[in-house]
Design a protein around this ligand. Structure first.
Ligand SMILES: Cc1ncc(COP(=O)(O)O)c(C=O)c1O
Length: 431
């Protein structure tokens, strides 16, 4: 795994974090307008005129009391960082602006990624805006939500649907990139993680540069969590913050490799000397048994996270914990996030389900300030949303039940009424 490291002595980092904020008023300046490049001195690998941006990172942090109550936290203690507001509808744009910039810097003519959907949507939009390189995306068959697939197709990416899941697609795209000299845009690309650090810069900025107690993030390929750990490590090193929040990474139960390795096998970063033999044995056994990830939160349906080692570093830096949540917990939390004002896709709601779980365990206190990252927009996966809300006591969607979702306590299904004014009014009055 490659890591980007800077010689900070040679970077003119603003002395006050507020200097980044001031750039916000400069709305006509494309680089200041970006919620990633506004912080460019903290990811200083490109010149201003090399940056490819579409105004990503105009996202917001919002306290949500309904969601706080659901998770068992006090009012004003739970915040949602809404990364679904990005141009392609997910956090991936934070990383893809950085990877696309680097791709053009090194003269790439073709870029590629494997994707559970959001990475491909994001790469496709940057390629269509930059018009400097072509894109090939690899997706597993039947494994991608339609909202996401439609984006890749519409932005003109060549889409290769291979028989297999995300883990298969990623293994193949890495081979293809090596063999064909194609620029790889999965989060194994360290420049992507540089862009994703900015999610934490914006969280801190929104909290008036006060460090929260917890950051809770869904874990799939573990790029976000790795980037967040690096962001806090560097901010502390630069003297821009004086303490580091705790990090909770939340796996879906059906894709819980990190949970198993960190919480059950007890593997720790240990200054970089983590127990490689134990993790290699784990993955070898996984291959021998052909164990496949399976969750309705398709964005995190990943069993072989490429950023495993970097996430161990992040957990070390942030005194972190890892938890697993069921698809039932994820979809219930998702419905609460939606009803609380900011819709998200299933994977994102793992963060809220995880915060609730950690509160019930007493790991998170009810007065802790907790930031849950909503990684993707609600419209990415409407099938999951409609299936949950259409559930009744008599009928549950088969796809839900096959993933252990047997009830929908927060469903809000459509009410069927005859086309008759009196009957419609009767129904409305019954609300
Ligand atoms: C919506 C959403 N949430 C979470 C993740 C997982 O993020 P990471 O791979 O950085 O752990 C993804 C990755 O595809 C995603 O699309």
């Amino acid at each position: 795994m490659l890591d980007v490291s800077y010689n900070w002595d040679q970077v003119q980092v603003p002395q006050s974090l507020r200097d980044f904020e001031k750039r916000w008023s400069n709305r006509n300046h494309p680089i200041d307008f970006s919620g990633v490049w506004r912080f460019r001195e903290l990811l200083p690998f490109a010149q201003d005129d090399q940056i490819i941006t579409i105004g990503e990172g105009q996202t917001m942090l919002k306290a949500s009391n309904p969601v706080a109550q659901y998770a068992g936290l006090n009012d004003d203690c739970l915040y949602l960082q809404y990364e679904g507001l990005n141009p392609s509808g997910s956090f991936k744009d934070n990383g893809m602006t950085a990877a696309s910039t680097h791709a053009v810097m090194v003269g790439a003519k073709v870029a590629a990624c494997a994707s559970t959907g959001n990475t491909s949507a994001s790469l496709a939009v940057y390629a269509s805006v930059a018009q400097k390189f072509k894109v090939v995306v690899f997706v597993g068959s039947g494994k991608i939500a339609f909202g996401k697939l439609s984006q890749a197709l519409d932005y003109g990416a060549k889409t290769v649907q291979i028989q297999g899941d995300f883990d298969d697609a990623l293994a193949r795209v890495r081979e293809v990139c090596n063999q064909e000299g194609i620029y790889l845009c999965n989060s194994v690309n360290p420049f992507r993680l540089e862009g994703q650090k900015s999610i934490m810069f914006r969280v801190l900025e929104s909290l008036n540069w006060e460090v929260p107690d917890w950051i809770v993030v869904p874990g799939g390929n573990l790029g976000n969590s790795s980037a967040f750990g690096k962001a806090f490590m560097e901010l502390k090193e630069l003297g821009l913050i004086d303490r580091i929040p705790r990090l909770a990474i939340i796996n879906a139960q059906g894709a819980n490799t990190l949970y198993q390795l960190y919480e059950q096998e007890g593997i720790r970063w240990n200054g970089g000397n983590y127990d490689r033999a134990a993790s290699t044995d784990f993955f070898t056994q996984m291959d021998q048994e052909n164990r496949r990830a399976s969750t309705l939160a398709s964005a995190i349906e990943i069993n072989r996270p490429v950023n495993f080692s970097k996430s161990l570093r992040a957990l070390d830096v942030c005194n972190g914990v890892v938890r697993e949540v069921t698809d039932q917990q994820i979809l219930d939390a998702k419905a609460q996030v939606g009803a609380g004002g900011l819709g998200c896709e299933p994977a994102s709601a793992a963060s809220v389900a995880g915060a609730k779980l950690l509160k019930s365990e007493g790991v998170i206190a009810s007065s802790d300030r907790v930031v849950c990252i909503l990684t993707g927009h609600q419209l990415k996966d409407p099938n999951a949303t409609v299936a949950y809300h259409s559930a009744t006591d008599e009928h549950m969607d088969e796809k839900l039940t096959s993933h252990g979702v047997n009830k929908a306590p927060f469903s809000n299904g459509p009410i069927v009424v005859e086309n008759d004014l009196d009957k419609i009014i009767k129904v409305i009055r019954s609300f």
